[in-house]
Design a protein around this ligand. Structure first.
Ligand SMILES: [Zn+2]
Length: 442
């Protein structure tokens, strides 16, 4: 399609910048153009935004002195006049393709990315502390891992780490959550110093007694249960006594569970595989792409999923994607007297069809199935009776975002010994990378 330099949207952008007289934020530009363009805004914004970033900025008309800002360079008006009649969408495609061609030659111009052991990255992520709202340590590890794998990286207001890969084409938001279930000390018994606590995420009471937790200041606590109790969270307390006396850990401190990762054949046993293994899948898919994609991808490593999908909400509202994909764990039906469920460990990537928060659109489900069939990736269909993922928040953003979920089958969810199969993890990486490396026609 042709988008000319004298297009209404481009003219509006110029007028806003001229009137402002100084650089204005992305958010402000978006709000003003949205108001002026009405119904035409969404499609027009997406195209013009991409064009501005490549074609217009490359000819020096509109610049981004700092990331996220729109501004006019000196003589912008004169330069704009010389461009009249030019199809800037075509120009944008030409510049983008030239850049891709340059990036692609010779065939392996970049040093091969350091071959990393999937298990090493998984161990690092699952054993790092990061309850909901306190994901900063995980975020730093991931930021380091993806620093060469994205075109742009930033942290949004709630703490999500967002990585853009590619520009132009459909916008896809890929979400994997960084937080793990944990708790927060909320009351100290006056005589003993024992701590009472509130949950941060879905704690399973049958797994608490005797478990150890770690506070950010390094204090290790042991969870105990009152005699005859165990049904209510108020029956439990945390022993943080030192030298038989009080302790220094004040109320208001969050804690995460403690447990080392173990590997048994193809099985990985660890705490917090929910959802650090989803983060591993997203990171490895980024590594496979090597910043080459015909789409505009936003990998969001989200916060506070376990307390209500909060990070995914702000990520989706801020990015306004065309498609959403969550990467998260799901249950399995292969335990003794476990719930009836088709999914099993070793059965491949689980493609979500339904959970209590999400009915996956048929087109999204089929898009994933077709990719598995084409690339011979083992897969299974997931129907989950309890729980949901970031995808259910993403689908409700803006005017609605068709969303799906790639799930890693997991046993013993929300315990300190969650168990997954490495073959399933690889299948999930293959599927995600395959979906994102190809043109999307949905
Ligand atoms: Zn999860």
């Amino acid at each position: 399609m042709a988008l000319m330099i004298d297009d209404e949207h481009v003219q509006i952008i110029m007028r806003i910048l001229r009137d402002a007289g100084e650089p204005i934020s992305n958010r402000e530009m978006e709000a003003q153009t949205r108001e002026l363009l009405g119904d035409k805004w969404k499609r027009s914004w997406q195209i013009t935004n991409s064009c501005i970033r490549t074609a217009l900025s490359s000819v020096g008309v509109v610049s981004h002195p700092r990331r996220g800002l729109w501004g006019l360079e000196a003589q912008a008006e004169e330069k704009l006049a010389t461009l009249e009649g030019i199809d800037i969408w075509a120009e944008h495609i030409r510049i983008r393709d030239a850049k891709r061609a340059k990036d692609a030659e010779p065939l392996a111009p970049k040093p091969a990315p350091e071959k990393r052991d999937l298990l090493t990255l998984t161990k690092k992520l699952v054993e790092t502390w990061g309850p909901p709202g306190y994901e900063h340590r995980i975020r730093e590890i991931i930021r380091e891992e993806v620093s060469d794998l994205a075109d742009e990286i930033w942290i949004d207001g709630l703490g999500n780490l967002i990585c853009r890969v590619g520009a132009g084409g459909p916008k896809v938001l890929i979400a994997a959550h960084m937080d793990e279930i944990g708790l927060m000390a909320n009351y100290q018994e006056p005589d003993s110093g024992y701590l009472r606590f509130a949950s941060l995420g879905g704690l399973r009471k049958d797994t608490l007694n005797g478990n150890r937790v770690l506070f950010e200041d390094g204090t290790v606590g042991v969870i105990a249960v009152q005699d005859g109790g165990g049904k209510a969270l108020t029956d439990f307390y945390i022993d943080v006594q030192a030298d038989g006396g009080g302790n220094a850990t004040p109320v208001g401190q969050p804690a995460g569970f403690m447990r080392e990762m173990q590997v048994r054949g193809s099985r990985i046993v660890a705490k917090s595989l929910d959802d650090r293994i989803g983060c591993v899948v997203a990171i490895e898919a980024m590594r496979r792409l090597g910043r080459q994609t015909p789409n505009e991808l936003y990998f969001a490593f989200t916060v506070q999923e376990e307390v209500g999908l909060r990070g995914a909400k702000t990520a989706a509202q801020g990015l306004r994607p065309d498609i959403g994909i969550a990467i998260d764990v799901t249950g399995s039906g292969d335990q003794i007297r476990g719930r009836k469920m088709q999914v099993k460990l070793g059965g491949g990537a689980a493609i979500k069809v339904h959970d209590p928060g999400l009915i996956v659109p048929v087109a999204i489900k089929n898009w994933m199935i077709d990719r598995c069939e084409a690339d011979r990736i083992p897969y299974q269909l997931e129907l989950l009776a309890g729980g949901t993922t970031d995808a259910s928040a993403i689908q409700m953003a803006d005017a609605g975002v068709p969303s799906g979920c790639i799930s890693i089958p997991t046993r013993y969810l929300h315990t300190t010994s969650e168990t997954v199969d490495a073959g399933d993890v690889r299948a999930c990486i293959d599927l995600l990378a395959g979906l994102l490396a190809n043109d999307i026609a949905i």
